[in-house]
Design a protein around this ligand. Structure first.
Ligand code: PBG
Length: 323
């Protein structure tokens, strides 16, 4: 049966019909909004590289979180810019750290919003690498202890889930046993399982002041050319106890999201990263694109590829325009 009997346009004649046969939907309850926490009180400063996003002190992060919750967005993921950095990233696992303060403040303000914390050393170390540096090299196994301490400290402050983004081998298992050992077997791990060494993180590194002082992250983050390796990373993280696995970045890696979708039965998250966001914002500011439509199309594409959850700086804008 083909033309004239088959006429796909019949189902495109009205918005009601199109909605009836729509295969993919995006809703705010599938989105997570990133927040950048800084020391102080009453601080709310727009981030130059991420227009529309702010550096927030813990009290302001709680205010922002209330707004995010009221928009129906699932949760927030927290990043911290500490008062001081050192070689061991001490402020990252101090119970008095900025993220720990923000978690407590948000939990006190919000009933339902999910609070997820990013677990990584790069924002807290003076050298800006995601693990411990010895002899000019990022050492895997000694880093695990510090990452586990950071995860525990976030959970003690009230995080519902922890999201390790460091890409050290074995960190999911180490964090799982640290959490279980402290009685937190109900706290989920969202692992950045397939995280690529990407140029799309540029605006984030400016926002989080986390660019490496020497070298780059190619010794621990993945080569953008590889997809089979992503499946191995995902399998290892699932074996170690990851509850949700993430692919990052999102839009340039839709094939990876699809491949992961077909290989595991876990929920999949995708991180629509800072560079993806900043490019849309910059073009929109010049009047070159229709921002709301670009955002809706982008998020739909990421969902269509197979992501259940999307971490995105567009979350608030999307929720407002698609309420
Ligand atoms: C920390 C971390 C990074 C991002 C999330 N967690 C930066 C990096 O790995 O350099 C990037 C997020 C974004 O670009 O939006 N390791």
């Amino acid at each position: 049966m083909s033309f004239p009997a088959e006429r796909p346009r019949r189902l495109r004649r009205s918005e009601r019909l199109r909605a009836l046969v729509r295969e993919t939907r995006v809703s705010p309850e599938q989105l997570v909004y990133p927040l950048f926490v800084v020391p102080g009180q009453g601080v709310r400063r727009e981030i130059p590289s991420l227009p529309g996003c702010f550096h927030l002190s813990p009290d302001q992060a709680a205010r922002e979180a209330r707004e995010v919750e009221s928009l129906g967005i699932a949760g927030v993921i927290l990043f911290g810019l500490p008062e001081a950095k050192d070689a061991l990233g001490t402020q990252g696992y101090a119970d008095t750290g900025v993220v720990q303060q923000a978690i407590r403040a948000i939990r006190a303000e919000c009933r339902e919003l999910l609070v997820i914390s990013d677990v990584c050393l790069c924002e807290y170390t003076s050298h800006g690498h995601c693990g411990l540096v010895e002899d000019g090299e990022v050492k895997n196994d000694p880093s695990l202890e510090l990452l586990a301490s950071m995860a525990l400290s976030h959970v003690r402050a009230g995080a519902h889930a922890v999201a390790p983004s460091d890409m050290m081998d074995g960190r999911v298992g180490r964090i799982r046993s640290a959490l279980d050992g402290a009685g937190h077997n109900d706290v989920a791990i969202l692992s950045y399982a397939a995280k690529y060494a990407s140029a799309f993180y540029g605006p984030f590194r400016e926002a989080a002041d986390s660019a490496p002082a020497f070298g780059d992250r190619r010794g621990y983050q993945m080569d953008p050319a590889n997809v089979r390796e992503a499946l191995r990373e995902v399998r290892l993280d699932v074996e170690e106890g990851a509850d949700i696995v993430m692919v990052k970045p999102a839009l340039p890696y839709l094939d990876v999201i699809r491949a992961v979708r077909e290989s595991v039965d876990r929920p999949i998250a995708a991180y629509n990263v800072s560079g993806e966001y900043a490019m849309v914002k910059a073009a929109a500011q010049r009047g070159w694109i229709d921002e709301p439509r670009i955002v809706a199309e982008t998020l739909t594409a990421i969902r269509r590829a197979g992501a259940d959850i999307i971490l995105t700086y567009h979350a608030k804008d999307f929720a407002r325009t698609n309420a």
